[in-house]
Design a protein around this ligand. Structure first.
Ligand code: OVM
Length: 401
Protein backbone atom coordinates (compact mmCIF):
# COMPACT_ATOMS: atom_id res chain seq x y z
CA UNK A 1 0.00 0.00 0.00
CA UNK A 2 1.34 3.42 -0.94
CA UNK A 3 1.52 6.32 1.46
CA UNK A 4 0.27 9.75 0.37
CA UNK A 5 2.78 11.48 -1.83
CA UNK A 6 4.47 8.24 -2.78
CA UNK A 7 2.77 7.82 -6.12
CA UNK A 8 4.59 8.89 -9.25
CA UNK A 9 3.34 11.98 -10.99
CA UNK A 10 1.20 10.85 -13.90
CA UNK A 11 2.21 12.54 -17.17
CA UNK A 12 -0.47 14.89 -18.45
CA UNK A 13 -0.67 14.70 -22.24
CA UNK A 14 -2.24 17.43 -24.33
CA UNK A 15 -3.50 14.95 -26.93
CA UNK A 16 -7.12 14.39 -27.93
CA UNK A 17 -7.41 10.74 -29.00
CA UNK A 18 -10.79 11.48 -30.56
CA UNK A 19 -9.79 14.34 -32.82
CA UNK A 20 -9.78 13.83 -36.56
CA UNK A 21 -6.03 13.89 -37.07
CA UNK A 22 -5.47 11.31 -34.32
CA UNK A 23 -8.27 9.01 -35.52
CA UNK A 24 -7.15 9.20 -39.13
CA UNK A 25 -3.61 8.03 -38.37
CA UNK A 26 -3.24 7.10 -34.70
CA UNK A 27 0.04 5.20 -34.69
CA UNK A 28 2.53 8.05 -34.11
CA UNK A 29 0.33 9.25 -31.25
CA UNK A 30 0.28 5.75 -29.79
CA UNK A 31 4.09 5.85 -29.70
CA UNK A 32 3.95 9.12 -27.74
CA UNK A 33 1.46 7.78 -25.22
CA UNK A 34 3.37 4.53 -24.64
CA UNK A 35 6.64 6.43 -24.29
CA UNK A 36 5.18 8.94 -21.81
CA UNK A 37 4.67 6.18 -19.24
CA UNK A 38 2.63 3.16 -18.20
CA UNK A 39 -0.27 5.44 -17.21
CA UNK A 40 -1.03 8.94 -18.50
CA UNK A 41 -3.74 11.50 -17.87
CA UNK A 42 -5.59 12.94 -20.86
CA UNK A 43 -7.13 16.33 -20.11
CA UNK A 44 -9.08 16.24 -23.38
CA UNK A 45 -11.19 13.30 -22.18
CA UNK A 46 -10.78 13.69 -18.42
CA UNK A 47 -9.53 10.14 -18.16
CA UNK A 48 -6.45 8.09 -17.43
CA UNK A 49 -5.05 6.08 -20.31
CA UNK A 50 -2.77 3.10 -20.90
CA UNK A 51 -1.15 2.17 -24.19
CA UNK A 52 1.55 -0.34 -23.20
CA UNK A 53 0.92 -4.04 -23.75
CA UNK A 54 1.52 -5.23 -20.20
CA UNK A 55 -0.66 -2.63 -18.48
CA UNK A 56 -3.46 -2.89 -21.04
CA UNK A 57 -3.54 -6.65 -20.69
CA UNK A 58 -3.34 -6.57 -16.87
CA UNK A 59 -6.23 -4.09 -16.75
CA UNK A 60 -8.36 -6.23 -19.07
CA UNK A 61 -7.57 -9.25 -16.88
CA UNK A 62 -8.59 -7.43 -13.67
CA UNK A 63 -12.27 -6.96 -14.46
CA UNK A 64 -13.12 -6.44 -10.79
CA UNK A 65 -11.02 -3.29 -10.51
CA UNK A 66 -11.57 -2.17 -14.10
CA UNK A 67 -15.29 -2.74 -14.52
CA UNK A 68 -17.48 -2.61 -17.62
CA UNK A 69 -20.92 -2.05 -16.08
CA UNK A 70 -20.30 1.69 -15.81
CA UNK A 71 -19.83 1.78 -19.58
CA UNK A 72 -16.87 1.12 -21.86
CA UNK A 73 -16.99 4.60 -23.35
CA UNK A 74 -16.46 8.12 -22.00
CA UNK A 75 -19.84 8.09 -20.26
CA UNK A 76 -20.01 6.88 -16.64
CA UNK A 77 -23.32 5.00 -16.41
CA UNK A 78 -23.25 5.55 -12.64
CA UNK A 79 -23.77 9.25 -13.34
CA UNK A 80 -25.31 9.51 -16.79
CA UNK A 81 -27.78 7.58 -18.93
CA UNK A 82 -26.46 6.03 -22.16
CA UNK A 83 -28.26 6.44 -25.50
CA UNK A 84 -29.51 2.86 -25.35
CA UNK A 85 -30.02 0.33 -22.54
CA UNK A 86 -26.62 -1.17 -21.63
CA UNK A 87 -25.42 -4.26 -23.46
CA UNK A 88 -25.86 -7.36 -21.28
CA UNK A 89 -22.44 -8.56 -22.44
CA UNK A 90 -20.13 -5.64 -23.24
CA UNK A 91 -21.46 -3.30 -20.57
CA UNK A 92 -22.02 -5.85 -17.81
CA UNK A 93 -19.95 -7.33 -14.97
CA UNK A 94 -20.18 -10.74 -13.34
CA UNK A 95 -22.40 -12.39 -12.30
CA UNK A 96 -24.79 -10.99 -14.96
CA UNK A 97 -22.10 -11.00 -17.63
CA UNK A 98 -21.11 -14.60 -17.02
CA UNK A 99 -24.69 -15.83 -17.26
CA UNK A 100 -25.38 -14.04 -20.56
CA UNK A 101 -21.96 -14.88 -21.98
CA UNK A 102 -22.24 -18.63 -21.27
CA UNK A 103 -25.62 -18.62 -22.97
CA UNK A 104 -24.31 -16.82 -26.04
CA UNK A 105 -21.20 -19.05 -26.18
CA UNK A 106 -23.49 -22.06 -26.65
CA UNK A 107 -25.10 -20.37 -29.67
CA UNK A 108 -21.91 -19.01 -31.30
CA UNK A 109 -20.29 -22.41 -31.15
CA UNK A 110 -17.61 -24.18 -33.18
CA UNK A 111 -20.26 -26.74 -34.12
CA UNK A 112 -22.53 -24.02 -35.50
CA UNK A 113 -19.65 -22.53 -37.50
CA UNK A 114 -18.64 -25.93 -38.86
CA UNK A 115 -22.13 -26.30 -40.29
CA UNK A 116 -22.12 -22.80 -41.79
CA UNK A 117 -18.66 -23.03 -43.30
CA UNK A 118 -19.51 -24.70 -46.65
CA UNK A 119 -22.23 -22.12 -47.41
CA UNK A 120 -19.99 -19.20 -46.39
CA UNK A 121 -17.13 -20.58 -48.44
CA UNK A 122 -19.29 -20.84 -51.56
CA UNK A 123 -20.35 -17.21 -51.08
CA UNK A 124 -16.76 -16.03 -50.61
CA UNK A 125 -15.64 -17.86 -53.76
CA UNK A 126 -18.57 -16.59 -55.80
CA UNK A 127 -17.87 -12.99 -54.72
CA UNK A 128 -14.11 -13.12 -55.34
CA UNK A 129 -14.68 -14.85 -58.71
CA UNK A 130 -16.82 -11.94 -59.84
CA UNK A 131 -14.31 -9.34 -58.61
CA UNK A 132 -11.31 -11.04 -60.23
CA UNK A 133 -13.18 -11.00 -63.52
CA UNK A 134 -13.56 -7.22 -63.16
CA UNK A 135 -9.86 -6.82 -62.26
CA UNK A 136 -10.46 -3.32 -60.86
CA UNK A 137 -12.71 -2.90 -57.86
CA UNK A 138 -12.97 -1.28 -54.46
CA UNK A 139 -11.85 -3.73 -51.77
CA UNK A 140 -14.20 -2.00 -49.30
CA UNK A 141 -17.33 -1.06 -51.27
CA UNK A 142 -17.26 -4.20 -53.45
CA UNK A 143 -15.75 -6.71 -51.04
CA UNK A 144 -15.38 -6.05 -47.30
CA UNK A 145 -18.73 -4.25 -46.98
CA UNK A 146 -20.40 -6.92 -49.11
CA UNK A 147 -19.18 -10.27 -47.79
CA UNK A 148 -20.31 -10.01 -44.14
CA UNK A 149 -23.69 -8.79 -45.39
CA UNK A 150 -23.96 -11.90 -47.63
CA UNK A 151 -23.70 -14.26 -44.68
CA UNK A 152 -24.14 -12.68 -41.26
CA UNK A 153 -27.73 -11.33 -41.38
CA UNK A 154 -28.91 -14.73 -42.70
CA UNK A 155 -27.04 -16.49 -39.91
CA UNK A 156 -28.87 -14.38 -37.34
CA UNK A 157 -32.14 -14.89 -39.23
CA UNK A 158 -32.85 -11.20 -39.69
CA UNK A 159 -35.80 -9.88 -41.65
CA UNK A 160 -34.92 -9.17 -45.29
CA UNK A 161 -35.99 -5.53 -45.48
CA UNK A 162 -33.86 -2.75 -44.04
CA UNK A 163 -30.59 -4.63 -43.62
CA UNK A 164 -28.78 -1.60 -45.02
CA UNK A 165 -29.36 -0.01 -41.59
CA UNK A 166 -26.87 -2.41 -39.95
CA UNK A 167 -23.72 -0.50 -40.91
CA UNK A 168 -25.32 2.82 -39.95
CA UNK A 169 -26.29 1.39 -36.58
CA UNK A 170 -22.75 0.16 -35.93
CA UNK A 171 -21.39 3.61 -36.79
CA UNK A 172 -23.67 5.12 -34.15
CA UNK A 173 -22.83 2.48 -31.52
CA UNK A 174 -19.05 2.70 -31.96
CA UNK A 175 -19.04 6.52 -32.15
CA UNK A 176 -21.04 6.60 -28.90
CA UNK A 177 -18.11 5.15 -26.91
CA UNK A 178 -16.28 8.41 -27.60
CA UNK A 179 -17.21 12.00 -26.77
CA UNK A 180 -20.01 13.99 -28.42
CA UNK A 181 -17.60 15.49 -30.96
CA UNK A 182 -17.61 16.39 -34.67
CA UNK A 183 -16.69 12.83 -35.64
CA UNK A 184 -19.78 11.53 -33.85
CA UNK A 185 -22.13 14.25 -35.12
CA UNK A 186 -20.94 14.16 -38.75
CA UNK A 187 -20.63 10.38 -38.82
CA UNK A 188 -24.10 9.78 -37.40
CA UNK A 189 -25.89 12.36 -39.55
CA UNK A 190 -28.93 10.95 -41.31
CA UNK A 191 -28.48 7.53 -39.72
CA UNK A 192 -31.02 7.95 -36.89
CA UNK A 193 -33.57 5.63 -38.51
CA UNK A 194 -31.16 2.73 -37.92
CA UNK A 195 -31.78 2.79 -34.16
CA UNK A 196 -35.53 2.21 -34.56
CA UNK A 197 -34.99 -0.45 -37.23
CA UNK A 198 -32.58 -2.42 -35.03
CA UNK A 199 -34.97 -2.25 -32.07
CA UNK A 200 -37.68 -3.82 -34.26
CA UNK A 201 -35.38 -6.35 -35.91
CA UNK A 202 -34.40 -7.81 -32.51
CA UNK A 203 -37.98 -8.80 -31.69
CA UNK A 204 -38.95 -12.46 -31.81
CA UNK A 205 -41.70 -11.87 -34.37
CA UNK A 206 -39.16 -10.42 -36.79
CA UNK A 207 -36.60 -13.24 -36.51
CA UNK A 208 -36.58 -16.29 -38.76
CA UNK A 209 -36.66 -19.87 -37.50
CA UNK A 210 -33.28 -21.58 -37.34
CA UNK A 211 -31.13 -18.46 -36.90
CA UNK A 212 -28.94 -17.41 -33.98
CA UNK A 213 -31.47 -14.70 -33.10
CA UNK A 214 -34.27 -17.22 -32.60
CA UNK A 215 -31.82 -19.47 -30.73
CA UNK A 216 -31.48 -16.71 -28.13
CA UNK A 217 -35.27 -16.65 -27.66
CA UNK A 218 -35.35 -20.45 -27.43
CA UNK A 219 -32.78 -20.22 -24.65
CA UNK A 220 -35.12 -17.74 -22.97
CA UNK A 221 -37.95 -20.28 -23.33
CA UNK A 222 -35.77 -22.74 -21.41
CA UNK A 223 -35.35 -20.19 -18.65
CA UNK A 224 -31.72 -19.25 -19.41
CA UNK A 225 -32.66 -15.56 -19.57
CA UNK A 226 -35.79 -13.44 -19.74
CA UNK A 227 -37.46 -12.64 -23.05
CA UNK A 228 -36.61 -8.99 -22.54
CA UNK A 229 -32.95 -9.94 -22.10
CA UNK A 230 -33.14 -12.09 -25.23
CA UNK A 231 -34.10 -9.08 -27.31
CA UNK A 232 -31.14 -7.11 -26.01
CA UNK A 233 -28.76 -10.03 -26.55
CA UNK A 234 -29.83 -10.25 -30.19
CA UNK A 235 -29.01 -6.53 -30.35
CA UNK A 236 -25.39 -7.41 -29.44
CA UNK A 237 -25.12 -9.55 -32.58
CA UNK A 238 -26.30 -6.62 -34.68
CA UNK A 239 -24.08 -4.10 -32.90
CA UNK A 240 -20.82 -6.00 -32.90
CA UNK A 241 -21.11 -8.41 -35.80
CA UNK A 242 -20.93 -6.34 -38.96
CA UNK A 243 -18.74 -3.22 -38.92
CA UNK A 244 -16.01 -5.09 -37.05
CA UNK A 245 -15.64 -7.79 -39.70
CA UNK A 246 -16.18 -5.30 -42.53
CA UNK A 247 -13.14 -3.37 -41.37
CA UNK A 248 -11.19 -6.45 -40.33
CA UNK A 249 -11.46 -7.83 -43.86
CA UNK A 250 -10.87 -4.38 -45.38
CA UNK A 251 -7.69 -3.93 -43.36
CA UNK A 252 -6.42 -7.38 -44.32
CA UNK A 253 -6.78 -6.66 -48.03
CA UNK A 254 -5.24 -3.19 -47.56
CA UNK A 255 -2.29 -4.65 -45.65
CA UNK A 256 -1.71 -7.35 -48.28
CA UNK A 257 -1.97 -4.84 -51.13
CA UNK A 258 0.57 -2.62 -49.39
CA UNK A 259 2.99 -5.51 -48.71
CA UNK A 260 3.37 -7.46 -51.98
CA UNK A 261 6.18 -9.61 -50.54
CA UNK A 262 3.90 -10.72 -47.71
CA UNK A 263 1.12 -11.43 -50.19
CA UNK A 264 3.49 -13.66 -52.19
CA UNK A 265 4.21 -15.65 -49.01
CA UNK A 266 0.48 -16.21 -48.65
CA UNK A 267 0.22 -17.18 -52.32
CA UNK A 268 2.91 -19.81 -52.01
CA UNK A 269 1.56 -21.09 -48.71
CA UNK A 270 -2.21 -20.51 -48.35
CA UNK A 271 -2.18 -22.24 -44.96
CA UNK A 272 -0.77 -18.93 -43.66
CA UNK A 273 -4.17 -17.30 -44.19
CA UNK A 274 -5.25 -17.45 -40.53
CA UNK A 275 -1.95 -15.92 -39.47
CA UNK A 276 -2.31 -13.21 -42.10
CA UNK A 277 -5.73 -12.25 -40.80
CA UNK A 278 -4.53 -12.26 -37.19
CA UNK A 279 -1.47 -10.20 -38.09
CA UNK A 280 -3.59 -7.65 -39.91
CA UNK A 281 -5.72 -7.36 -36.75
CA UNK A 282 -2.62 -6.84 -34.63
CA UNK A 283 -1.08 -4.39 -37.08
CA UNK A 284 -4.21 -2.31 -37.70
CA UNK A 285 -6.72 -3.20 -34.99
CA UNK A 286 -10.31 -2.49 -35.97
CA UNK A 287 -11.47 -1.83 -32.41
CA UNK A 288 -8.86 0.71 -31.34
CA UNK A 289 -9.93 1.47 -27.78
CA UNK A 290 -12.31 0.68 -24.95
CA UNK A 291 -12.70 2.35 -21.58
CA UNK A 292 -13.06 0.75 -18.18
CA UNK A 293 -14.10 2.41 -14.88
CA UNK A 294 -12.18 1.81 -11.63
CA UNK A 295 -14.19 0.31 -8.77
CA UNK A 296 -11.47 1.11 -6.24
CA UNK A 297 -8.21 2.98 -5.86
CA UNK A 298 -5.52 1.12 -7.77
CA UNK A 299 -1.81 1.44 -8.38
CA UNK A 300 -0.48 0.81 -11.88
CA UNK A 301 3.19 1.17 -12.74
CA UNK A 302 3.80 3.38 -9.72
CA UNK A 303 0.87 5.66 -10.57
CA UNK A 304 -2.24 5.93 -8.46
CA UNK A 305 -5.68 5.88 -10.04
CA UNK A 306 -8.54 6.82 -7.69
CA UNK A 307 -11.89 5.01 -7.54
CA UNK A 308 -14.56 5.93 -10.09
CA UNK A 309 -12.14 7.00 -12.82
CA UNK A 310 -12.47 6.31 -16.49
CA UNK A 311 -9.43 4.54 -17.96
CA UNK A 312 -8.92 4.50 -21.72
CA UNK A 313 -7.23 1.29 -22.93
CA UNK A 314 -5.47 1.57 -26.28
CA UNK A 315 -5.77 -1.99 -27.61
CA UNK A 316 -4.27 -1.01 -30.96
CA UNK A 317 -1.26 0.63 -29.26
CA UNK A 318 -0.68 -2.43 -27.05
CA UNK A 319 -0.59 -4.48 -30.24
CA UNK A 320 2.39 -2.40 -31.42
CA UNK A 321 4.27 -2.05 -28.14
CA UNK A 322 8.02 -2.55 -28.82
CA UNK A 323 8.43 -3.77 -25.22
CA UNK A 324 6.37 -6.80 -26.25
CA UNK A 325 6.63 -7.19 -30.02
CA UNK A 326 9.66 -7.55 -32.27
CA UNK A 327 9.53 -4.81 -34.96
CA UNK A 328 5.90 -4.06 -34.09
CA UNK A 329 5.31 -1.67 -37.00
CA UNK A 330 6.27 -4.34 -39.55
CA UNK A 331 3.41 -6.32 -41.12
CA UNK A 332 4.69 -9.91 -41.24
CA UNK A 333 2.18 -12.68 -41.85
CA UNK A 334 4.48 -15.40 -40.50
CA UNK A 335 4.71 -13.68 -37.12
CA UNK A 336 3.42 -15.37 -33.97
CA UNK A 337 0.60 -13.00 -33.05
CA UNK A 338 -0.72 -14.98 -30.10
CA UNK A 339 -1.53 -12.72 -27.19
CA UNK A 340 -2.57 -9.76 -29.35
CA UNK A 341 -5.47 -7.85 -27.80
CA UNK A 342 -7.31 -6.97 -31.02
CA UNK A 343 -10.19 -9.14 -29.74
CA UNK A 344 -9.67 -7.87 -26.21
CA UNK A 345 -8.59 -10.14 -23.36
CA UNK A 346 -10.14 -11.74 -20.30
CA UNK A 347 -13.82 -12.35 -19.64
CA UNK A 348 -15.00 -9.89 -22.29
CA UNK A 349 -12.79 -11.23 -25.07
CA UNK A 350 -14.73 -11.10 -28.32
CA UNK A 351 -17.69 -13.50 -28.47
CA UNK A 352 -17.59 -13.44 -32.26
CA UNK A 353 -13.87 -14.00 -32.76
CA UNK A 354 -14.41 -17.41 -34.37
CA UNK A 355 -16.92 -15.85 -36.75
CA UNK A 356 -14.50 -13.09 -37.66
CA UNK A 357 -11.62 -15.54 -38.15
CA UNK A 358 -13.71 -17.77 -40.38
CA UNK A 359 -14.81 -14.81 -42.52
CA UNK A 360 -11.19 -13.63 -42.81
CA UNK A 361 -9.96 -17.10 -43.66
CA UNK A 362 -12.56 -17.68 -46.36
CA UNK A 363 -12.00 -14.34 -48.08
CA UNK A 364 -8.21 -14.58 -47.71
CA UNK A 365 -8.20 -18.09 -49.18
CA UNK A 366 -10.53 -17.20 -52.05
CA UNK A 367 -8.21 -14.32 -52.96
CA UNK A 368 -4.95 -16.26 -52.56
CA UNK A 369 -6.25 -19.02 -54.85
CA UNK A 370 -7.35 -16.64 -57.60
CA UNK A 371 -5.15 -13.57 -57.49
CA UNK A 372 -1.47 -13.43 -58.52
CA UNK A 373 -0.96 -9.88 -57.25
CA UNK A 374 -2.90 -6.97 -55.77
CA UNK A 375 -2.05 -3.36 -56.56
CA UNK A 376 -3.49 -0.19 -55.04
CA UNK A 377 -4.76 2.07 -57.83
CA UNK A 378 -5.42 5.08 -55.59
CA UNK A 379 -5.15 6.33 -52.06
CA UNK A 380 -7.19 4.42 -49.47
CA UNK A 381 -9.85 6.59 -47.81
CA UNK A 382 -10.40 6.32 -44.07
CA UNK A 383 -13.79 6.55 -42.39
CA UNK A 384 -13.41 8.31 -39.06
CA UNK A 385 -15.06 6.74 -36.04
CA UNK A 386 -14.50 7.32 -32.31
CA UNK A 387 -13.74 3.63 -31.68
CA UNK A 388 -13.16 1.83 -34.96
CA UNK A 389 -10.21 2.27 -37.25
CA UNK A 390 -12.39 2.08 -40.29
CA UNK A 391 -11.93 2.29 -44.02
CA UNK A 392 -14.27 3.60 -46.70
CA UNK A 393 -12.39 2.89 -49.89
CA UNK A 394 -9.43 0.76 -51.05
CA UNK A 395 -9.26 0.92 -54.85
CA UNK A 396 -7.31 -2.04 -56.23
CA UNK A 397 -6.39 -3.83 -59.42
CA UNK A 398 -5.76 -7.56 -59.28
CA UNK A 399 -3.80 -9.80 -61.63
CA UNK A 400 -5.70 -13.09 -62.09
CA UNK A 401 -3.67 -16.18 -61.17
C1 OVM B 1 -22.93 -5.07 -27.65
C2 OVM B 1 -21.68 -4.58 -28.33
C3 OVM B 1 -21.69 -3.40 -29.03
C4 OVM B 1 -20.54 -2.95 -29.64
C5 OVM B 1 -19.37 -3.68 -29.56
C6 OVM B 1 -19.38 -4.86 -28.87
C7 OVM B 1 -17.10 -5.23 -29.43
C8 OVM B 1 -20.54 -5.31 -28.25
O1 OVM B 1 -24.00 -4.47 -27.85
O2 OVM B 1 -22.88 -6.06 -26.93
O3 OVM B 1 -18.26 -5.62 -28.76
Amino acid sequence: VMKPGEAEVVPNLAIDPFDKVFLGDPYAYHDMIREAGPVVWLDSVGAFAMARYEEVKDSLRDHETFCSSRGVGTLDFAKETPFRPPSLLLEADPPLHDRTRSMMNRIVSLKALKELRPRWQAKAEELVDRLVERRRFDAVKDLSEIFPMMIFPDTIGLRDDGREHLLDYATIVFNAFGPDNDVLREGNEGKEAAIEWVAEACKRDNLKEGGWGMAVFEAADRGECTHEEAERLVRSFLSAGVDTTVNGIGHMVLALAGHPEEYQKLRSNPSLVRRAFEESLRWDSTVQTFFRTTTKRVEVGGAEIPEGQKVLLFLAAANRDPLHWDEPDAFRIERNTSGHVGFGFGIHQCLGQMVARLEGELIGTAIAERVASIRLTGAPVRRLNNTLHAIDSVPVEVEPA
